[in-house]
Write a protein that binds this ligand. Structure first.
Ligand code: P53
Length: 476
């Protein structure tokens, strides 16, 4: 397209995940995943209040039906096609394929479901971009092994990965192994189907589990390349640069260390070995990892691209005495940024931060980047004529896509952009429905009431133009 900075094969699309979109939580012999234990948190706190026994029905569990993607995917993919999507980022639910994680043979019904989803994508030339594990490790493995704390999970995961790589060999080219792999450090239940409360040294357990995921990711990457050399496998980082609160060197150092908490994972996945700084981090936190010689060898299978989510930057300080204003919205701790506004949920809004973050990641790894999540969680108002005027969302996305454009001009390689929750779905952090990200509205509230019918928001037509003009309309 004339005047476009975006490449002609730029993957415009949107992102959803099985656990927050599908529902049908026991349909087709599906097993349970972590989100099936998440009740709606009405006040929107981020310290996810997972309830240990869903059979007691103390609460309403929104993911059990979610937005019924399991039944309505055809209608939704048609709407995505109408917006012009070139790709759809989605995930396969591991417990749909191996309900307890340990079956000898995969669950054919689960596989058939994704056959049908991919066929539907193909119909409209929508390229699936598939995450293997989006907060979706079978809960039976939590009961039995404390999830990723146990090395056994490596082989169970690789078996699942191999099953779907083989089944969808000719239909899926883009894969990601673990969604926001660094979430292990903040929400181990969601990221690793594991609990750390009883551990003597929780950090030790988290890093050991992280190691298991890193090995599993590398092994799966190897298998994916063997099954189809055209397969492109990415890692996935919850990104967002840490800014120092002041130019005090203590703050600068704190910011560097905060960024390294996330980059630690990508350093391994993109460079094939543990970064040199990790040795000291482990020593100072009394962490001794069980890493075998075989693990070290496997880790050399690095990723082809770097997928990441970006919602905001954070502000950190090395001054422990500082009594500063903090944001309580996001799971990643941050001070307030006096230069920037926040969303209704307290997440800092920083479009330029996306450009900063992309440049940092690209400088570090020199691999193509894929913006696989970005977006504004907000309350929407449906008018009498069923229209939804979500100008705030358009404004947010516009500024962020322009930041991607600037990063492209800076020389950063970018494969595509898939804003989160392109259709409204259940929030992973709060289980809420009223925190909406979509171009497509779903009639459903926090108590589970509503028809679940779909409506096009103003942003739907706006994004359609963005894709059609390959980004040129943003300048008009
Ligand atoms: P929600 C925060 C908390 C949980 C998951 O988040 C998160 C984040 C943001 O870093 O990561 C991603 O739904 C995640 C999605 C999630 C999205 O952020 O709490 O990959 O599953 O829905 C948005 O507003």
């Amino acid at each position: 397209m004339k005047g476009s900075v975006f490449t002609k094969d730029f993957l415009w699309g949107g992102a959803i995940a099985a656990n927050q979109y599908e529902g049908g939580y026991l349909e087709g012999k599906k097993g349970l995943g972590p989100i099936d234990y998440l009740p709606t948190i009405q006040d929107g706190r981020m310290d996810a209040m997972y309830h240990p026994d869903i059979t007691k029905k103390f609460h309403y569990y929104p993911s059990h039906k979610a937005v019924e993607g399991y039944y309505r995917y055809k209608e939704d993919i048609k709407l995505f096609a109408e917006m012009g999507f070139k790709c759809l980022r989605m995930s396969i639910s591991w417990p749909r394929i191996f309900p307890t994680g340990e079956e000898e043979t995969p669950n054919e019904e689960g596989l058939q479901f994704y056959d049908a989803v991919f066929t539907e994508c193909k119909k409209y030339d929508i390229e699936p971009v598939v995450t293997l594990n989006h907060f979706d490790t079978p809960m039976a493995l939590y009961e039995k092994y404390n999830g990723w704390a146990d090395r056994k999970l490596i082989d169970l995961f690789v078996k699942y990965a191999e099953t779907v790589f083989t089944r969808y060999k000719d239909v899926v080219r883009y894969w990601m192994t673990f969604n926001e792999i660094n979430i292990m450090m903040v929400l181990p239940f969601m990221g690793g189907s594991m609990k750390i409360d009883d551990a003597e040294n929780p950090l030790q357990l988290q890093y050991q589990a992280a190691h298991h995921q890193l090995v599993a990711s590398a092994k799966a990457t190897k298998v994916a390349h063997e099954i189809n050399s055209n397969n492109q496998v990415g890692c996935m980082l919850a990104a967002g640069e840490a800014y120092p609160n002041t130019c005090n060197p203590e703050d600068i150092w704190e910011a560097k260390m905060t960024d390294r908490e996330g980059f630690f994972f990508i350093d391994v996945q993109a460079r094939g070995k543990y970064p040199s700084y990790s040795k000291r981090v482990f020593e100072e936190n009394n962490i001794t990892l069980n890493i075998t010689a075989e693990d070290t060898e496997i880790l050399k299978n690095t990723v082809d691209f770097i997928g990441f989510s970006y919602y905001s930057t954070k502000v950190v300080t090395g001054n422990k005495e500082l009594d500063a204003d903090t944001t309580d919205g996001n799971i990643f701790a941050s001070l307030s940024n006096p230069y920037l506004p926040k969303t209704e949920w307290g997440w800092i809004i920083d479009p330029l931060g996306l450009r900063v973050t992309m440049n940092t990641i690209y400088d570090r790894y020199q691999l193509p980047l894929f913006v696989v999540e970005n977006g504004l969680g907000a309350v929407d108002q449906v008018e009498e004529d069923q229209s939804i005027h979500d100008l705030y969302r358009i404004e947010y996305l516009k500024e962020h896509i322009l930041a991607v454009e600037e990063a492209l001009k800076d020389g950063v390689e970018v494969m595509g952009y898939t804003p989160w929750g392109c259709i409204d779905l259940i929030s992973a952090g709060t289980g809420q429905m009223k925190k909406r990200y979509g171009f497509i509205y779903v009639d459903l509230d926090d108590e589970g009431k509503g028809t679940r019918n779909r409506l096009k928001k103003d942003s739907f037509y706006w994004y359609q133009e963005v894709i059609k003009s390959n980004g040129v309309s943003l300048k008009e």
